[in-house]
Design a protein around this ligand. Sequence first.
Ligand code: ZN
Length: 243
Amino acid sequence: MRTLFAGLHQFHKEVFEKERIFFEKLSSGQKPVALFVGCSDSRVVPDLIMMTNPGELFILRNAGNIVPPFGASTGGEAATIEFAVSALGVSDIIVCGHSQCGAIKALLDPKSTEKLPMVRQWLQHAETTRRIMEENYPELSPAEKYEVAIQEHVLVQLENLQTHPSVAVKLQRNQIALHGWIYQLETGQVHAFSPRSGIFEPLMGDKPMESAALAGPVTSNVLPGSSAGDSPSPAAGDNASPT
Ligand code: ZN
């Protein structure tokens, strides 16, 4: 905790005081450009990886970047989504998974959550991902399954987002775009799902963001190594590419 207090002190002295006008302006209201749905994992820091300032991103984080379908959970996810879309009017929603995600690992290995009843209960909201992996990818090795599950999981959350009335209405009017991303812990790169190719492609800064929301269900061609990664994931073995 000592380092946290030191950080608070340093922020106030070195950042807040220097940018006092900017921070004072923020107190009058917020107009974030996007809702970012990410994992609670301490290694995935949205404002850091996108270099965004306070006020630019509305952030929803939980274990496993899960968006329960509308009506399936009484947690804060639905309220956060509704507020971001209907009250703040964000124009984009990003669902961002990440490599080495502990929640996905636990989803694929239910025994690992035997002594974590709340985690087990929460992961029931990701049962669709687990079932897709079990039924559609039985031939994959555990490392390949892990990699593909991270991708499929993001696509399932994009579909779940579309069950939320606030999102569905704006999608119908073309007033909102949905994006599926995966952040590579190993390289710092982000891969974005392309509905055209059906795979996750490296996201370039100069390329306009493509909406992953389709008229029908999001369909993928994700396979182990189908995303164009640059370096192998330590957990994926020598022959597999990262997600
Ligand atoms: Zn995670």
